[in-house]
Design a protein around this ligand. Structure first.
Ligand code: PHE
Length: 338
C-alpha cells in the first residue's frame, strides 16, 4: 500500500508538471483527487490495512494528498500568470495614453454665461417663465393692443388653444411682478420665437436676455448707466453706447441701444443691440389688476426694462457672419471655440 501511494504521488506530480493548459490541469485533478480518482480509490483500501499499519498508511495518504494539492495549486498559478503575460504581449503599457479631446462651450452658452456674470454682479437675480405663453402675458399685460402687428398670425406662432410661443422674454417681467413685490431686479435669459423668414440674421427661434428693475425712484439715468456698464464689461471699456429714441408698447420712453466697438477691425459702424425703456405705467396697472393689490402703484414705483438678442451678441463677439452657423452644429465651426 505504501509503495502504491508513492507511485500515485510520482505519477501525479509528473502528470501535473507536463500539463499545458487549465483544462488539462482540471482533468489531472479529477484523475487523482476526484471521487473516482486514483488516490480516492487507494484511500478506500484503508479498510483492508492491518490495524497496526493503519496509522502509518493514513499519514502517508495525507502526505500524498497534500503534495498533489500543492502541485495543482502551483501549476494553476503558473498557467494564469502565463495567460496574463500573453494578453499583455501585444500591448506596451509604458506608452502614453491617447489624449482626451477637451470639450468647449457653444459660443451662445459662453456669451450667456458672461452676460449673466456681469449682471449678477450688479444685483440682478435670475428669473424664468414658460416658452408657451398666454396672449395676456406676452401682449395684453405688456400694453400691446389687439391690432399690434406683432400679434398677427403671420408674425407669431399660435396654438389652437390660443396660447403662443413667446415672441420675446418680456413676458417674464409680468410673471415675476405677479409673484413678488418691489424692489425687483431680475434678468431672464431664454428662447423666443417669431415667424421670420430665415436668413443670415433671422431665425424663427432665437435667444434673448430680459432685464427688469423696479423700485422707488428708478430713473432713466439708472437704465443708461446699467447698460453702458454692462456693454463695456462685455466688449471692452472703449465701447461706445448710444441710446436712440424708439417705440415699444410696454416702455415709455423707449430706446434702441446701439454699440460702436473699438476693435472690430472694420470701419466703425453703429450696431443695434438691445431695446429698453422705462416701464409704462399701464404695465404696472395690469400687474396690479392680476395681483389684486396696488404693489406696483405707478405713483410709488418706477422701473426700467431692457431686452437683447444673445445670438446677436455672440455674432458681434466672435465676428460670426451668419446666425445659422449657431444652430447647424457643424464641428468644424464649433471646434474654433475652445
Ligand atoms: N421685448 C423687446 C423686443 O423683443 C425688447 C425690449 C425689452 C424692449 C424690454 C424694451 C424693454 O424687441
Amino acid at each position: 500500500m505504501l509503495a502504491e501511494l508513492d507511485t500515485i504521488q510520482s505519477d501525479a506530480l509528473a502528470a501535473i508538471s507536463s500539463v499545458q493548459d487549465e483544462a488539462a490541469l482540471e482533468e489531472a485533478r479529477v484523475g487523482f483527487l476526484g471521487k473516482k480518482g486514483r488516490l480516492s480509490v487507494a484511500g478506500a483500501g484503508m479498510r483492508d490495512v492491518p490495524k497496526e499499519e493503519k496509522k502509518e498508511v493514513g499519514q502517508k495518504l495525507n502526505e500524498v494528498r497534500t503534495a498533489i494539492t500543492t502541485a495543482l495549486e502551483e501549476k494553476s498559478a503558473e498557467l494564469i500568470a502565463a495567460r496574463d503575460a500573453a494578453a499583455f504581449a501585444s500591448i506596451d503599457p509604458t506608452l502614453p495614453s491617447r489624449p482626451l479631446p477637451a470639450g468647449g462651450l457653444h459660443p451662445l452658452t459662453y456669451v450667456l454665461g458672461e452676460a449673466v456674470k456681469v449682471l449678477r454682479r450688479m444685483g440682478f437675480a435670475l428669473a424664468e417663465g414658460p416658452e408657451i405663453e398666454t396672449e395676456w402675458h406676452c401682449f395684453d399685460a405688456l400694453n400691446t393692443p389687439e391690432d399690434h402687428p406683432a400679434r398677427n398670425e403671420s408674425d407669431t406662432f399660435y396654438f389652437e388653444n390660443g396660447k403662443l410661443l413667446r415672441t420675446h422674454t418680456s413676458s417674464v417681467q409680468i410673471r415675476t411682478m405677479e409673484k413678488v413685490v418691489p424692489p425687483v431686479r431680475i434678468i431672464a435669459p431664454g428662447s423666443a420665437f417669431r415667424r421670420d423668414e430665415i436668413d443670415a440674421t433671422h431665425l424663427s427661434a432665437f435667444h434673448q436676455l430680459e432685464g427688469l428693475y423696479v423700485d422707488k425712484g428708478v430713473t432713466l439715468a439708472d437704465l443708461k448707466g446699467t447698460l453702458e456698464f454692462f456693454f463695456r464689461e462685455i466688449f471692452g471699456s472703449k465701447t461706445e453706447v448710444r441710446f436712440r429714441p424708439h417705440f415699444f408698447p410696454f416702455t415709455e420712453p423707449s430706446f434702441e441701444v446701439d454699440l460702436k466697438l473699438q476693435a472690430t477691425g472694420k470701419a466703425d459702424k453703429w450696431i443695434e443691440i438691445a431695446g429698453c425703456g422705462m416701464v409704462d405705467p399701464n404695465v404696472f396697472l395690469s400687474v396690479n389688476d392680476a395681483r389684486g393689490d396696488a404693489a406696483y402703484s405707478p405713483d410709488e414705483v418706477t422701473g426700467f426694462a431692457f431686452g437683447m438678442g444673445l445670438d446677436r451678441l455672440a455674432m458681434i463677439m466672435y465676428g460670426i457672419p451668419d446666425l445659422r452657423l449657431l444652430i447647424e452644429n457643424d464641428v468644424r465651426f464649433l471646434q474654433q471655440f475652445r
